[in-house]
Design a protein around this ligand. Sequence first.
Ligand SMILES: Cc1cc2nc3c(=O)[nH]c(=O)nc-3n(C[C@H](O)[C@H](O)[C@H](O)COP(=O)(O)OP(=O)(O)OC[C@H]3O[C@@H](n4cnc5c(N)ncnc54)[C@H](O)[C@@H]3O)c2cc1C
Ligand code: FES
Ligand code: FES
Length: 1372
Amino acid sequence: MEEHRESRSSRNSLVFAVNGERFDVSSVDPSTTLLEFLRSHTRFKSVKLSCGEGGCGACLVLLSKYNPELDQVDDFTVSSCLTLLCSVNGCSITTTEGLGNSKVGFHPIHQRFAGFHASQCGFCTPGMCVSLFSALVNAEKRHRPQPPPGFSKLTVSEAEKAIAGNLCRCTGYRSVVDACKSFAADVDMEDLGFNAFWGKQESKEVKISRLPLWKRNDQICTFPEFLKKENKSAAFLDLERCCWLSPVSIPELQSLLENADNNQYSVKLVVGNTGMGYYKEVEHFDKYIDIRHIPELSFIRRDQTGIEIGATVTISKAIEALKEQDEGDFHSEGVMVFKKIADHMEKIATRSIRNSASVGGNLVMAQRNNFPSDISTILLSVDAVITVMTGHKCEKLMLEEFLESSPLDAKSVLISFKIPYWDPCRNITSETNSIILFETYRAALRPLGNALPHLNAAFLAEISPSEMGDGIKINSCQLAFGAYGTRHAIRARKVEDFLIGKVLNFSVLYEAIKLLEAFVVPEDGTSSPAFRSSLAVGFLFQFLGFLAEVETEISSAQVDGYSNTMLLKALKMKQNDDQFDQTKFPTLLSSAKQVLELSRKYYPVGEPIIKSGAALQASGEAVYVDDIPSPANCLYGAFVCSTKPLARIKGIEFKSKSATHGVSALISYKEIPDGGANVGSKTIFGAEPLFADELTRYAGQRVAFVVADTQKNADRAANLAVVDYDMENLEPPILSVEEAVERSSFFEVPPIFSPKQVGDILKGMDEADHKILSAEIKLGSQYYFYMETQTALAVPDEDNCMVVYSSIQCPEFAHATIARCLGIPEHNVRVITRRVGGGFGGKAIKAMPVATACALAAYKLCRPVRIYVNRKTDMIMAGGRHPMKITYSVGFKSNGKIMALQLKILIDAGLSADISPIMPRNMMCTLKKYDWGALHFDIKVCRTNLPNRSAMRAPGEVQASFIAEAVIEHVASTLSMEVDSVRNINLHTYNSLNLFYEGCAGELMEYTLPSIWDKLSLSSSFKQRTEMIKEFNRSNLWRKKGISRVPIVHEVTVRPTPGKVSILSDASVVVEVGGIELGQGLWTKAKQMAAFALSSILCGGTVDLLEKVRVVQTDTLSLIQGGFTAGSTTSESSCEAIRLCCNILVERLTPIRERLLEQMGSINWETLIQQAYMQAVNLSANTLFVPDLSSMLYLNYGAAVSEVEVNLLTGETTILRSDIVYDCGQSLNPAVDLGQIEGAFVQGIGFFMFEEYPTNSDGLVVSEGSWTYKIPTVDTIPKKFNVEILNSGHHRNRVLSSKASGEPPLLLAVSVHCATRAAIREARQQLQSWNKSKGFDSTFNLEVPATMPIVKELCGLDYVEMYLQWRINGRK
Ligand SMILES: Cc1cc2nc3c(=O)[nH]c(=O)nc-3n(C[C@H](O)[C@H](O)[C@H](O)COP(=O)(O)OP(=O)(O)OC[C@H]3O[C@@H](n4cnc5c(N)ncnc54)[C@H](O)[C@@H]3O)c2cc1C
Ligand code: FES
Ligand code: FES
């Protein structure tokens, strides 16, 4: 060690650079993350906290390391939420602010993100920009041909993958992919989507010239010179003071560990610290030992016996090393094994995690904490050997022994692992003509990673033609399985023993699989155990099944004189190219088309202008609530939530004394001031308490608010708070809608929210030829997963006033709630909201208690108090979509025409009313999309002891859309009809539309659904593809496709909205609106409307008025009656309010204009305003737009066709293509509306296919973050994604003929679910053809979400077994 230390001096403070600025930190808590430091100690706030566990990419930074020996800089992304600050010593960090900004000029990445409309709420955008920047920087380092000017060396495929680990909840990813691809040298300009840079007809050259120029020679320096110099002179960090130790040799490490032992202090070995993302240890360690600088742990060594990799080598570096194997050095089969291991490793976590996560850390987590590791499974199958050091002793162990031994103690160190080189002639009992087969598998929700597997497996086998010439013999095999609910990865020895020496045929395979089924049994408590076992069977079949098919080929090869070696090679190729191969799909978006018809009638309204603030969002300058610097003396809060559904609260204590470190107060309902009230939120249906009082009434209810000196301390204390409950003599809680019915526990639905029944149900049922009676459906909840969690900052002001910055969709209501809670007049409160990092309904009612709790704490403590709710608490408190139970009876004719539909719906609303009483109306407005003949319903909004449900994008409407399709599907399968024909026959005529949507159906020409329906059929080639799919399904055993076309009719309500427009003395314009900018482009449309309406003054200089308009944050004292930003219509009503204000101003300005025109002959805008100022004209106008009763309600139309493919072995569903046609009226901004349509559709895919939001038996949410809650990612959206925005022309009663786009398209995602159902039906039909005794039930119920386990279960968990039996029985 000393020789290492001697040559260079040590440093006792951390030195690193952020965006070229030097930082020197001499004292820091070693558990501080880079994210915490950047956000609280620097001005670089672009790094966002979203999940805090490595799963979302919002916090990404580029980390650059300098190697003085090679004079080389290594640049890679890392998740700053997991990277420990002490570990970045000597490094340079680049955030998106480092690339450019509004003052010195935006970087082309920022400009292209803005221009491709790839940023909506913008909370994910800085992380996306950093991911792309890293990909560009690294592509430039590759030895590739020079790209054309303006392009980088990046390829399209790399560009798409660049953001594979980043989550976005708004855009639906297509636009983001286009922004990334625009840099790729091999991009076809025609493939790039709709953008603000060029028009459709322009030539390729013009298009290229319009892109913000990416100058490769002008690159940002990622590593400043001063830091290179400092690194050369002093590299070793001696941060004893920070309890951060960085040994540089094994002896030094040994002595540190010994010291710890002798002096009885706790130490933690740390490499990438990504393990914290999973385990979130709250345990305190006295010292951290960073083992990355020990050469014996960080080497990569290759020789003829294999490749040995040090434990601290990152997964990314290990992948590189495994891929780098020179084919010349080794036999190609050994190389193949390494490459496949590397391919599998590329699906672990995300690139940014792999860049810092070590292979050794993964193996230790697998061994010590039973982590469901991929690495341990794949290494187990290849007989990896590991080296472990305990004390001064080093030991080599087979990985299997290591995994099976007792958990590694804190003082043992994993040194390295070695993968032997696999060559049939060397490693296995040598057989001539034998070959090695090696495959790895993982079944996970996301194909490209960032999702733990349900099961992983890796198989290695040596095979050769049997001596008897009757097939392929297995000479040896190693079968490893893991992550399925087992303590660690294991070898299926019994199955291996059974197979070895056997000639493979269907019977042998069947027996092997039976043995395997008995072996892969997940531990108790594991979710979907049977599914996981079936995955094991499926993978083994995929690995060996094709060999059982070759008996005949072997014999004919011998007859034909082919050598067996040739045959084996051919077999291998066949395996690589087999029908199960998932990589055959393009893993990412392969093409997308956007058709938009622009209109200049109301210029600049209707222009697809860039979203206001998009570039600022990309450069990280956009300020969200948590980016506002903390005022002096600021405190931080965290909620303590109940875990019981109904219990008395006896008290709250903390698990340990250290838990209260930094805590100033624990605030509960008792702290509500005299004159105030225990209210946390209010709606027109009532109020909800801020805190539970003596009783907690649902699990997840807020019980108290811990206030501490830092957010970390507040969170830790809240986490360690223990509530003492008493349940004696309490009635049992109501934990289901059925119990609510039994106990008549309902919310009242006011008559205006009670929809009307249609027609005569008895008559309809009487006229029906067939009936389905009392069919049942259940629907679960969905979590918002906005990227910015709930947040607020409350600052006390003079004279008992309170200013609250809140990320909220309805500041007006928070304002009133805060005043009521504190018992002060409303004029003492001011709520300010600038922008919201994603809302989707979740920041309407649910943001109020967050703001109110901060205000209460600030009021009590007379200090500013803020909170940034952590993801887990946010998920527990959010409530989400309404779960429900539906029972329906339907009567229909033999031709599929439905005559009557009767529904009973029980909605679980939770404890408080929230907005739940609107649900019946919302649901029926969408359910009426078909002509049901007669429609009767009984909807009960149940009050339960479960979390309060709230509005989530298309509340009730998305469920109703699903119910309608489920009924249609049920009718079609009962009649054995094509579902599409049943849809067709039940679509509304204009007459039936009027009957069902009395008073809001509009004029005949406005009913565009029939034309959309036909248009979509043509543009998506629906009929041809339906036929092609039938053919595909006939000829593919293991993959089935389905296609489905669905319509939507979606009613929206326009609500009163205020607006204010003021013209300043320099003729610039400031606009205030009641609506909140959530990413939906409200400000952009508002700007356009102000420019349009003011330009009606008809004077010079109004052409560029758009540039002069600024929309400013909402301030509840400046503009009152802001209401809710919800229901898809706030943009248009805000625009209308602005138009009215502008009209007032124009009216006031007109006399001056006319006078000046007379005097001067012409007049420009600036002069007009100057004159108006001189003449004391009131240049501020405000209004409350109140829609006409007759035009408040209107209908939106759209349709979608989706095609999916289901893998019958795993249940994986791939969305091959979605086509959408949506009527936006005359869009106010087609670019914004396109973003809404794509984003909503993808959020709908999440609801229908992926997102499970489970609770325990007490109703407490148990999905705690990005590990378990899986929103769609770029690899799970449709591979082809085409959207057409229909411009349906003039609409008399609409705002400049425009229509809504925010929510309705979400409903169209039901097409994906229906297509999946169609594919499953094919699978079941095939299964029935193999096993006639099984019977074919086409009326199965496909749950929502249709996750892998559910799809697989419906296809048949025993699919492989059935197939094998069928083959064994001679395909009878
Ligand atoms: C978002 C995310 C997704 C992931 N997805 C997957 C996945 O799909 N599949 C998969 O297999 N893994 C996955 N992982 C796990 C990931 O591979 C591990 O977190 C990582 O490899 C751990 O390495 P590290 O260097 O960060 O370890 P650290 O976090 O630094 O350490 C982890 C633990 O191991 C100990 N330790 C580390 N090195 C040694 C050593 N040499 N000797 C003794 N003890 C040691 C540490 O003390 C600590 O207790 C994921 C992780 C994240 C954060
Ligand atoms: S906040 Fe770091 S990855 Fe999500
Ligand atoms: S724009 Fe991506 S999360 Fe909002």
